[in-house]
Design a protein around this ligand. Structure first.
Ligand code: NDP
Ligand code: MG
Length: 377
């Protein structure tokens, strides 16, 4: 029986992962839910524990108020993912907090179903080094674009691939003129047109930081250089991504925008089973649209490419400054446009250094957050 852990089970990815597991069990898949984790949402974790009966439930953010039947603290989370009875870990944590667990899962030789893109953005070089070791685990992407490309690449030879094309919904401000962006409130930015997601990724989608993070994620996941990663705005989010081949052919992966499909594929791949989620009726959709990104109006995208190309600690600083900026925006301390402009200023002030180990990554992250406080208060 495959043992599964869901990190961040109370979040958007986590809750949908529980639905997927429930559904697979109904189909006769033998899945053992070894553990679930939350940070502060004690009530939801308790309800999930009662409903889904995992062996362990871990709360990482409230160590001071211990209660019976639960494990507490980050150490408990790190111990959970390396247990012998665990085969697959779904990482649905948000931000750089997901990195250390990802490293532990891969070092322990287990399968990492990775939604937490910040793991690869901040720890790309560390993860590649682990994956090069004999006996290390493997990553199966959950992010819909990367799941699409992962599936598309199965039928192609490496030398035939011209580029990867990440599609982007464009977020809620796809058509908003630049001069109106200064007025954007957190409430409006949290309303995503096609996907229902956690707060941080919703803001990242509105600024296109999310796509920038995904470009860096794709670089590390598929070993492709930045000039071979394209971004194409596609508001309907029906084509989840494409692979451009040398002969001009474009392979597209299509489906309903429903995260349960890539989550399930990460568990059952290479099999495509089910059919309960997202049966797309193309005749109903009727028409698909595509645009170039508005690079000048969404500077986050260019900053992501810049951070990725510069390498070393720069993507960590890009990510850390963005995490701090998203929190500040949600708290009303900076405006929407200041998210990208502040990240850009912090990157410009950074002297990158090599990411030799986790400590170096955390140092760069801390540097970015301290710089953010200096800049913004
Ligand atoms: P949510 O904010 O909805 O959920 C985050 C989860 O992580 C919650 O369970 C939360 O616990 C927990 N958590 C938060 N902070 C910490 C911390 N410091 N340490 C440990 N646990 C923590 O996020 P999403 O589910 O939307 O996103 C998760 C990841 O997946 C992100 O990296 C995102 O970019 C990626 N992703 C998400 C998609 C989506 O559709 N949502 C699509 C593609 C990728 P608590 O509830 O207690 O706060
Ligand atoms: Mg995505």
């Amino acid at each position: 029986m495959a043992g599964i852990v869901i990190l961040g089970s109370t979040g958007s990815i986590g809750q949908q992962s529980l639905e997927v597991i429930e559904n697979l069990r109904k189909k006769g898949y033998e899945l053992n839910l070894v553990g679930i984790t939350a940070h502060t949402n004690w009530d939801k974790l308790q309800k999930q524990k009662a409903t889904f009966q995992p062996n362990l439930a871990v709360l990482t953010g409230r160590e001071e108020e211990k209660r019976a039947g639960f494990e507490f603290g980050r150490e408990a989370l790190l111990e959970l993912v390396v247990r012998d009875d665990v085969e697959i870990v779904i990482n649905g944590l948000v931000g750089i907090s997901g990195l250390e667990p990802s490293l532990a899962v891969l070092k322990a030789g287990k399968k990492l179903a990775l939604a937490n893109k910040e793991s690869l953005v901040t720890g790309g070089p560390l993860i590649s080094r682990i994956l090069a070791q004999p006996g290390s685990g493997e990553i199966v992407p959950v992010d819909s674009e990367h799941s699409a490309i992962y599936q598309l690449l199965r039928g192609s030879q490496e030398q035939d691939i011209a580029s990867l094309v990440l599609t982007a919904s464009g977020g809620p401000f796809l058509y908003t003129p630049r001069e109106e962006m200064e007025e954007i409130t957190p409430e409006r930015a949290l309303q995503h047109p096609t996907w229902n997601m956690g707060g941080k990724i919703s803001i990242d989608s509105a600024t296109l930081m999310n796509k920038a993070l995904e470009v860096i994620e794709a670089h590390w996941l598929f070993g492709v250089e930045y000039d071979k990663i394209e971004v194409l705005v596609h508001p309907e989010s029906i084509i989840h991504s494409l692979v451009r081949l040398q002969d001009g052919a474009l392979l597209a992966h299509m489906g309903e925008p429903d995260m349960r499909v890539p989550i399930q594929y990460a568990l059952t791949g290479p099999r495509h089973v089910g059919g309960e989620f997202g049966n797309l009726d193309l005749a109903r959709v009727g028409r698909l649209n595509f645009f170039q990104p508005r690079w000048a109006d969404f500077p986050a995208l260019e900053l992501g490419y810049e951070a990725g190309r510069r390498g070393d600690s720069m993507p960590v600083v890009f990510n850390g400054a963005n995490e701090a900026a998203v929190t500040a925006f949600l708290e009303g301390r900076i405006s929407f446009l200041e998210i990208a402009s502040t990240v850009g200023r912090i990157m410009a002030a950074h002297g990158p250094f090599p990411l030799t180990d986790l400590k170096a990554v955390l140092e760069a992250d801390l540097w970015a957050r301290q710089k953010f406080v200096e800049e913004v208060g």
